[in-house]
Design a protein around this ligand. Structure first.
Ligand SMILES: Cc1ncc(COP(=O)(O)O)c(C=O)c1O
Length: 399
C-alpha cells in the first residue's frame, strides 16, 4: 500500500522502540524458569503522582451535562481561555487577550507538532535544539521543513550558543523551536537565553516557539518564559501543559499563548484537525488552575526528594550523575565501562533492560546530540528508584 515519503522520515520513534523492548522483556519474564525482576519503567515522563482532586471532581460533575458530549467549537472554549489569561497575568505579570492570544490544545505535543504546518512551507528552514523533544523534529518532518540543529553541550551547561548558527542559516530560518526547562537534559535554563532568542527572532524575522510544559518544575532558580519578555507578542508563541504541573497528562489538556497572528494561524490549521477537548475536561483544567494553584509546588518537593535520593543511590552504585536543575528527569552519560564495550545509547538501554529490568530512554531518541546519554524519569516512589539503582549498579559492576 502506498504511504507518504514523510512517514519514512518520521521513523519508528524512540518511545515505540522502547515499547517493543518492554513487551519482549515482560514476555521473557513470564516464560523464564529463573525469576526475573519486575519491569521498572523509568523511560516515560508520565508521572505516577495524582492530579488535584478538585480537577477530577470538576470533570466528574461536568460529564453528565449534554454540552460535554457535543463538539466544542472555539467560541465555547472562552471560559478556559479566560482562566488561562488570568493565570498568565498572575504568573508572569503579562496581560494576555483571551480572545485573540490564547488557544486550547490537545496536549502541548499536539501544538508543537502542528505549528510548523501553520507557519512553514516545504523546504523552509527551522532551528531546533539538539538534543530536542521528538515531536519538535516530527513536526518539521510533517511540514517537509528543513531542520537546522543547534547542538547543546554539557561543558557549556547546555546553553544555546546562538553565535554558532551561521549568517546564511539566520537569513533562511523561518522558525526557531526552544524549550527551557529542557527535556531531556534536565536543565532549567536562564531567562537571558530566551531574551537572546527573542532578540534574534526580531532581528531576522523568525517565529520563536517556546515549548514550556515544565514552567512550574524548576528545582533550582526560576524557569525562563517567553511571556516574561515584553516582545513576546511581536514574534512568538509559548506552549504550556496541564500534564506536568497538574498531573493530567492522560486528559490531553494544554494551551498556547502567543502573537495574535500565530494563534490565528494555528487555530485555522487545527480547525481541519480537531474540535477541541470536551467541555468536561476543560472544566477540570479550570478547576486545577483556579483551585489548586499550589499543586506544582507540592510536586516539586516530591521530585526534589526523588532527585536527591536517586542521584545519591546511583553515585553509590558507581554511576556518577550530573545534578539536574529541574524536576522529573536525570540525564546520565552512558558509563565508561559500557562505552569501552562499544555500546551506544540504544544498545546500552537494550542491554540494561535485558540485564536488570530497568527501562531508560536512550539519548539518541532525542537527536544526534543525545548519543552517549540516557534519560531516566523519576516517575516511581523513591524507594523503588533506589532499588532500581542497586540493580543497575550490580549489573554495571559485572560488565
Ligand atoms: C518538551 C516537551 N514538550 C511536550 C511534551 C508533551 O506534553 P503534553 O502532554 O502537553 O502533550 C513533553 C512531554 O514529556 C515534553 O517533554
Amino acid at each position: 500500500m502506498p504511504v507518504s515519503e514523510r512517514l519514512s522520515r518520521l521513523g519508528s520513534g524512540v518511545f515505540a522502540r522502547n515499547d517493543r523492548r518492554k513487551e519482549a522483556y515482560r514476555q521473557r519474564r513470564m516464560e523464564s524458569a529463573a525469576p526475573l525482576p519486575e519491569l521498572l519503567d523509568l523511560s516515560l515522563g508520565s508521572t505516577d503522582l495524582q492530579p488535584p482532586p478538585a480537577a477530577l471532581e470538576a470533570i466528574a460533575a461536568a460529564l453528565g451535562r449534554p454540552e460535554s458530549a457535543s463538539y466544542c467549537l472555539h467560541a465555547s472554549t472562552l471560559p478556559f481561555r479566560e482562566a488561562v489569561a488570568a493565570w498568565a497575568e498572575r504568573r508572569f505579570g503579562t496581560r494576555v487577550d483571551p480572545e485573540t492570544e490564547v488557544l486550547l490544545l490537545v496536549g502541548s505535543q499536539e501544538g508543537t507538532a502542528h505549528l510548523p504546518l501553520a507557519v512553514l512551507d516545504p523546504g523552509d528552514a527551522a532551528l531546533l535544539l539538539d538534543p530536542y523533544y521528538p515531536s519538535h523534529m516530527g513536526g518539521l518532518h510533517l511540514a517537509s521543513a528543513r531542520p537546522v540543529l543547534l547542538p547543546l553541550q554539557a561543558d557549556q551547561g547546555w546553553r544555546p550558543v546562538f553565535e554558532r548558527v551561521s549568517d546564511t542559516d539566520w537569513q533562511e530560518l523561518k522558525l526557531m523551536v526552544l524549550g527551557f526547562p529542557h527535556n531531556p537534559t534536565a536543565t532549567t535554563g536562564e531567562q537571558a537565553w530566551i531574551d537572546a532568542a527573542v532578540e534574534r527572532a526580531l532581528r531576522h524575522d523568525v517565529v520563536l516557539a517556546h515549548d514550556n510544559p515544565y514552567v512550574d518544575l524548576a528545582l533550582e532558580g526560576e524557569a525562563p518564559a517567553l511571556l516574561r519578555n515584553p516582545a513576546w507578542g511581536a514574534c512568538g508563541i509559548e506552549f504550556f501543559s496541564f500534564s506536568k504541573s497538574w498531573c493530567l497528562g492522560g486528559y490531553r489538556l494544554a494551551f498556547a499563548i502567543g502573537a495574535e497572528w500565530l494563534i490565528t494561524a494555528l487555530r485555522q490549521l487545527k480547525g481541519v484537525v480537531d474540535f477541541n477537548q470536551s467541555l468536561a475536561l476543560q472544566a477540570g483544567a479550570i478547576a486545577a488552575i483556579e483551585q489548586a494553584p499550589d499543586w506544582p509546588a507540592r510536586l516539586r518537593e516530591v521530585y526534589r526528594d526523588r532527585r536527591d535520593r536517586m542521584s545519591a543511590a546511583l553515585d553509590a552504585a558507581g554511576w556518577a550523575v550530573p545534578r539536574p536543575s529541574m524536576a522529573l528527569y536525570l540525564w546520565l552519560p552512558v558509563p565508561k565501562a559500557a562505552r569501552e564495550r562499544g555500546l551506544d545509547s540504544e544498545a546500552f538501554a537494550a542491554a540494561l533492560l535485558e540485564g536488570t529490568g530497568v527501562c531508560l530512554t536512550p539519548g539518541n531518541g532525542f537527536g544526534p546530540g543525545g548519543e552517549g546519554w540516557q534519560r531516566l524519569a523519576l516517575v516511581h516512589p523513591a524507594d523503588d528508584l533506589e532499588a532500581g539503582a542497586a540493580r543497575m549498579g550490580a549489573w554495571l559492576a559485572a560488565l
